[in-house]
Design a protein around this ligand. Sequence first.
Ligand code: MLT
Ligand code: ZN
Length: 438
Amino acid sequence: MLLNEIIAVVGLDHCLTDPDLRASYEVDWTGRYRGTSPAVVRPGSVEELAAVLALCHGAGQPVVVQGGNTGMVGGGVPLAKELVISVARLGNVQVVSDASVRAGAGTTLTRLQEAAASVGGKFGVDTAARDSATIGGMIATNAGGMNVVRFGPMGDQLLDAGIVLADGSYVPSLRQTRPDHPAFGLIDHLAGSEGILAVVAHADLVIGTDPPQVAVALIEVAAERLQALIGAVGDLSSVYAVELFGAPEVELAADGIGRSPPLSADWLALVECRSDEDPAGSLGEVVGDLPAVVATNQSVGEELWLFREALTEGVSRLGIPHKFDVRVPHDVLNDVRPRVEAAAPEGRVFVWGHAFSNRYGHPTANLHVNVIGTVDDEAVFDVIEDLGGSIAAEHGIGTAKRHRADRARGNLAQLRELKGRLDPQRILNPNVLLPGPS
Ligand code: MLT
Ligand code: ZN
């Protein structure tokens, strides 16, 4: 009955019930989270999205919302037989000015970056999954990416959003809601809300500046000098990216891209600086006597970035990784690898990530700890919390970490209040983010 009504809205071709057609939507890309769904529904417009949600609301049918299915925490797959709503067809992009762009929820990051580049600008969030990741999901998780030290995470790019509430009502501009509207104030909580409060239909996003002069350095750093180096790099006004990895990771990446590792040490820092004036001099001063490969043009810089960007795929070639996306203070960076290795004696541990988890040299890092093989996830979570870190950063809580969401996120009371107000039937991503029964 419900599916027939949905088909009347989106058409037979966009309500997938055949198990073969549903299959790729029912498992996350790592293969770690798998479920089944009565159907995958792919609305082709905001109106269709709203109508589908109104029907699901009327029928009390829980849904999960999916974009590019690049999530890492099981937040976008139907683990409890929810209906999948794919926003992949909502991919319209419209450049509003040289400082802002309006993008449909299903717009890929690459498409958004092209739109920003078409007016000489830069979209401030970048990740290696750019060809698949879509902006709705990136807002939902508040993704940070590789330029987070310069631009901040998705929430910092969000000027406005059009959303559809659980009951199917469309709110074209959250910024313009009045105080008596149920979605008033939601704009401040949308980034990182993991699809539990509303479905993002489109967003107005900042286009940042893209200074022309670039310098990229891959730097060898012994453990005892790491904190000082990233502190100094983080203070550079031209800093654009500061990425960290170590010897096992650079070997893994080198293997994947068919090259030899250019350097190897306790830590490698890949630093990119951009400025109107050549940033190579100030970057060189910070590098000092540390061994480094420095690129002052785009193409050599891109070669160095290959070693960073090959990591996610590289680790997945070894097996289905246990993924831990964590935030830790800089002064414990050197403890993460040995402590996780001790907690996962039968696993192979890889550690990489962003030296800063936010803008302006914020003194916490966002590391991606990946373990191949057998490991008790709870033991790794314990290690991170024991080090004063948080077990969730830019990938979100999803279903994987919801039992620890209180400590990882804090302020769940406010989220619960918003959830109760906006989705009292709990049909939107009911098994995501908030702990407790669905
Ligand atoms: C990254 O920065 O590499 C991503 O967030 C993806 C990952 O952890 O695999
Ligand atoms: Zn990352």
